[in-house]
Design a protein around this ligand. Structure first.
Ligand SMILES: [Zn+2]
Length: 304
């Protein structure tokens, strides 16, 4: 009788237990969770701390993030101090040794990427510059997206060797789709090669490098420092002198100064989304570039 019961129990457990427990992946940005979903498929469960419509430098730490981190197998960050303002205390409070910066379950996505504006002299965060180790908005170049996808595939295979073949297959599919989409994006942007733009925050050097735009100035006097009247006047003069057609603004900044600049110069204000999730249509890493490339081309039509 007991034997029968245990057999039944064993059978029930076999049915109830999933084929494998999903790897829990927490990322700071939705861009990384989108890529991790593409590579991990149904072997992973992802959660992004910052939403795509939020300034990735300044995220409100919520207790629910600590809970997510406490159960995470892998944490993927941008690094370069993008998350310095909120992440270190969350990691500490999660009490999860797996995701400490020196642990295998911590992946700095900037490693191996083309990082621009690396300082050549020792820097401090004095004066409020929030890019002290180089530009942390590097995922806006699809070539860096490929590097990030490869790093994620390698890390997932390390943490879950049983899934290595799945991760390799998914990575190949991701890279093939990215190569195809890159051709489409490059073709759409080619007519505008060399176009000068002003951007609110210094979020776009990688995007500009890839698509051959020239970032001539920023509405912020320094990354993280709000506009000042004297700097705004300089930008207005710059746009007038160099006939700059577009002012690119991230969705989380106040439109007052960009709109005033546009009114004085005739430049067009263009809202550009730096991350997946900025609006519902930008649902993955591919639609991020679809959106921004189309928005840029649309803004430029009628300008030439
Ligand atoms: Zn920044």
């Amino acid at each position: 009788m007991f034997k029968k019961y245990y057999l039944w129990l064993a059978a029930a457990l076999l049915v109830a237990a999933p084929a494998h427990a999903k790897l829990r992946v927490v990322t700071t940005l939705q861009d990384f969770s989108s890529i991790a979903d593409a590579i991990g498929g149904d072997r992973v469960e992802t959660f992004a701390i910052a939403k795509g419509y939020q300034d990735p430098h300044f995220v409100d730490a919520k207790p629910s993030f600590i809970l997510k981190l406490s159960k995470a197998d892998l944490l993927i960050v941008a690094g370069l101090e993008l998350e310095i303002g909120y992440l270190p205390p969350l990691i500490d409070q999660s009490r999860n040794d797996k995701i400490h910066p020196s642990s295998p379950g911590y992946l700095d996505a900037s490693i191996g990427c083309d990082i621009l504006q690396r300082p050549t002299t020792q820097v401090t965060r004095a004066m409020g510059d929030v890019h002290p180790y180089g530009n942390p908005h590097f995922w806006t170049d699809p070539n860096n997206g490929k590097v990030i996808a490869r790093a994620i595939a390698a890390k997932l295979s390390e943490l879950d060797p049983a899934g290595a073949a799945d991760y390799a297959k998914n990575l190949a599919a991701f890279e093939a789709k990215l190569a195809e989409k890159e051709k489409e994006w490059d073709a759409k942007m080619a007519p505008y090669a060399g176009t000068k733009v002003v951007t609110f925050h210094d979020s776009w050097p990688n995007f500009a490098k890839h698509f051959q735009l020239v970032v001539a100035g920023h509405v912020e006097p320094k990354p993280g420092i709000p506009p000042t009247p004297s700097h705004t006047l300089e930008i207005i003069n710059l746009i007038k002198e160099q006939k700059i057609p577009v002012v690119i603004v991230e969705p989380y900044f106040d439109m007052k100064t960009p709109n005033a600049i546009a009114a004085q110069t005739g430049a067009k204000v263009l809202v550009f989304y730096p991350s997946v999730g900025g609006i519902p249509e930008i649902k993955d890493y591919f639609s991020l570039f679809d959106h921004d490339v189309n928005a840029f081309a649309d803004a430029m039509k009628g300008k030439k």
